[in-house]
Design a binder for this molecule. Structure first.
Ligand code: BTN
Length: 319
């Protein structure tokens, strides 16, 4: 019901909709309408209320609210349900809390994260309205060992979407960072729950620094935003829609046909590390190696200075 009320407000955004009309239309009491409005306001929707005229949805322009996205979303399963917040601790944390009773393909978006998380326990700075802070909840029937492929699929989709929407030369710093001019614009945090041979659910958290104009001092040398690199604001909605449609295409190609070839071709074509000398961080140790290959499983084949080869499944690689 709340969703229906919101849809009505969105369709008439900028105009007042009377409580009486909503009551008639949805055959519920005015108190129920009032409660839905309060709950929408708590989620961050700006709803102006006057006793005489009713309710008006304001300031929706530029926000990633589900109604704005749904109208133009071309996917079938990814984004079939969209949960939206003005602010939340972390979209990955929230996804975990609701995962059990929430359908596959649901996406969770927040304008701001108060406790955004990165890999290896790091923080992910997520200022309000500036970036894309989103999680995709997946329930694929694959063993946990295949889970890392979801990161590869997300990285390929994000890199290609950034290139297509902004014309910036984005590269993938294996396995889960997207960089532009050598600095990070996007990070992916994939988390899963399950048993030895079956995933219960998998959360692919994607953070894109879209329109951030500044970064704290300690990140200035390593992080940037699409807007900083392009010199103009990026339309977050266009970017999200493009990313989701690319993600779904690559995901379905893999899940339904068992094929990772399109993902691999993107991550090889736009690799920031292939053929390069990299620093590999393993626990407390640092070693140098040449990246020889991204194999058909998406793993990184490296050769150390002493000639020894290793296949990396995940880890920290610096250029
Ligand atoms: C990294 O590069 O270390 C991964 C960063 C992942 C950030 C995203 S933003 C949306 C989702 N929610 C989180 O708390 N983290 C991920």
């Amino acid at each position: 019901m709340k969703e229906k009320v919101l849809k009505e407000l969105y369709e008439k955004r900028g105009e007042y909709v009377s409580g009486e009309d909503l009551k008639e239309k949805f055959k519920v009491s005015r108190t129920a309408i009032w409660k839905h409005m309060n709950s929408l306001k708590k989620e961050g929707y700006m709803i102006e209320t006057t006793q005489k005229k009713g309710y008006k949805l304001i300031e929706s322009d530029g926000k990633l609210i589900p109604e704005a996205l749904k109208n133009d979303l071309s996917t079938k399963e990814i984004g079939s349900r969209i949960i939206y917040f003005d602010t939340i601790d972390s979209t990955n944390n929230y996804s975990k809390r609701i995962a059990k009773d929430t359908p596959h393909g649901t996406i969770i978006i927040s304008e701001e994260q108060s406790g955004g998380r990165g890999r290896l326990g790091r923080n992910w700075i997520s200022p309000k309205g500036e970036g894309i802070w989103m999680s995709i909840l997946l329930k694929p029937e694959i063993p946990p060992t295949e889970g890392m492929k979801m990161t590869q699929i997300a990285a390929a989709a994000a890199c290609q979407a950034i290139r297509d929407v902004t014309a910036l030369e984005a590269y993938i710093k294996w396995p889960n960072d997207i960089v532009v001019h050598g600095k990070k614009v996007c990070g992916i945090l994939t988390e899963m729950a399950g048993e030895l041979n079956q995933i219960d659910y998998l959360i692919v958290g994607i953070g894109i620094n879209a329109n951030n104009l500044s970064f704290p001092k300690e990140f200035k040398d390593v992080a940037t935003s699409l807007a900083i690199e392009k010199g103009e604001k990026v339309d977050r909605k266009t970017l999200i829609l493009d990313l989701l449609s690319k993600f779904e295409a690559l995901y379905c190609h893999y899940i339904m046909e068992g094929k990772l070839d399109e993902t691999l071709s993107i991550i090889r074509n736009y690799s920031a590390v292939l053929g390069k000398s990299v620093r590999i961080i393993k626990g407390n140790q640092e070693c140098y190696a040449i990246v020889e290959e991204i194999n058909d499983e998406g793993c990184l084949k490296v050769r150390y200075e002493d000639g020894e080869e290793e296949l990396l499944i995940s880890g920290e690689v610096s250029i």
